[in-house]
Design a protein around this ligand. Structure first.
Ligand code: ZN
Length: 394
């Protein structure tokens, strides 16, 4: 075999492997039962994507066979395969009512939010995974498995924030670019950090204190408070973004001073946990150390920078595109607690969103002797009519 034939042979092997894997994905999708609207709606979407990819691989094959090119990279299908796998797993999970409740509930929760954000209607689905994340291809939101009931569900609103960032386009992109180029001393990591801060501000804006409770009380590890991740800024910074957003909401005329107590509670919780974990010094550095300006003079503190950024995102992006999605019904949330404590139930005319009910659930949970398991069960009961209602998928 000469070199040319040897290359041909290798190329053909790779083509066959790419087509074989696409066929395996196709067959997995085909075998998913058409049990409900969910599978019916999504199957054709994935089968179409796979057909397109097969065409693209076959096109590459003919190009090389006709010798118009000697070697050509074969179209990458990794993200498509990952989304196909997520779909087949989601279908399986939704055949099982335990998982289906929380994923279906998340779908309703995010649909309610998406309807109120310009251009961000969400028709996709959520699926359990080892960690939360959002990928743009099929717009699937991953929830962290296993879920201890509804308590961390508000975190799905953060993932939805990534979807919103991808949808609101130029407003967001221009704002981000201007901020990153005009702010001195930000490292490359800020390309990611910016969107994470955006997603935290967004989640607080739409889900209110429930998002803050889920993050600060369950998710953010105080011992790692100052650890800067590759994509995620430190918990100290993220907490500041969340608290600053709640402060903005606390100054809005329709929710003026509603969150006074909550803000005080959250700050005391976080500070005491950080101190107990031996990270108080890091918190002090964050609050006090000033960042140098380009002329060498002391500039703002890290804390002021995050607080200002949260304010800018709030007022320049979210208020214009998502005014209706803002969490405002804190007073009504107080009343909803009785629905979860079993001492009252919603009347036919009572309107509520999943976001509001999550806040009521968290308030119940933070009272002495709360029973999280019973609260969780009543929460699902109150939401049952919504889970049975028609949920449209893309
Ligand atoms: Zn994120």
């Amino acid at each position: 075999m000469d070199d040319k034939e040897l290359v041909r042979l290798q190329f053909e092997l790779r083509i066959q492997a790419a087509l074989g894997r696409l066929e395996a994905s196709r067959s997995a999708i085909e075998q998913v039962g058409t049990r409900n609207g969910f599978t019916d709606a999504y199957k054709p979407f994935f089968l179409k994507r796979i057909r397109e990819q097969v065409e693209s691989v076959n096109y590459t094959r003919t190009q090389v066979a006709s010798e118009s090119t000697f070697w050509s990279p074969i179209a990458d299908s990794e993200s498509l395969h990952a989304e196909c796998l997520a779909f087949t797993e989601a279908s399986r999970a939704r055949a099982n009512p335990i998982n289906a409740d929380l994923c279906g509930l998340t779908d309703v929760f995010l649909r309610e939010i998406g309807r109120k954000v310009n251009g961000c209607q969400w028709n996709s689905f959520s699926v359990l995974s080892t960690e939360e994340y959002f990928k743009g291809l099929a717009k699937i939101i991953r929830l962290r498995f296993p879920c201890d009931g509804i308590w961390e569900l508000p975190i799905a609103a953060h993932e939805f924030g990534h979807f919103v960032a991808s949808q609101i386009g130029t407003d967001y992109k221009t704002f981000k670019r201007d901020y990153l180029t005009s702010t001195i001393g930000l490292g490359n990591a800020w390309d990611f950090y910016f969107e994470e801060i955006f997603a935290d501000v967004f989640a607080t804006y739409v889900a209110g204190p429930a998002f803050a409770f889920a993050c600060l009380l369950l998710r953010f590890e105080p011992k790692d408070a100052d650890v800067e991740g590759i994509e995620h800024p430190s918990y100290i910074r993220r907490t500041q973004a969340i608290v600053s957003t709640l402060e903005q909401m606390n100054n809005d005329s329709d929710t003026l001073s509603d969150f006074d107590e909550t803000l005080q509670f959250l700050s005391s919780c976080w500070e005491s946990a950080v101190a107990a974990a031996g990270k108080l010094e890091a918190l002090q550095v964050f609050r006090e150390a000033t960042l140098k300006k380009s002329n060498g003079e002391p500039g703002e503190t890290d804390q002021a920078r995050i607080a200002n950024l949260a304010g800018l995102i709030y007022n320049r992006i979210l208020r214009p595109v998502a005014d209706d999605a803002r969490f405002t019904r804190w007073k009504e949330v107080q009343r909803m607690q009785s629905w979860l404590l079993g001492t009252g139930q919603p009347d036919a005319g009572d309107r509520f969103s999943i976001a509001e009910l999550l806040n009521a659930a968290w308030l119940c949970r933070l009272t002495p002797n709360a029973d999280p398991v019973a609260l969780n069960a009543r929460f699902l009961k109150v939401c049952e009519p919504r889970l049975k209602g028609p949920i449209t998928y893309a």
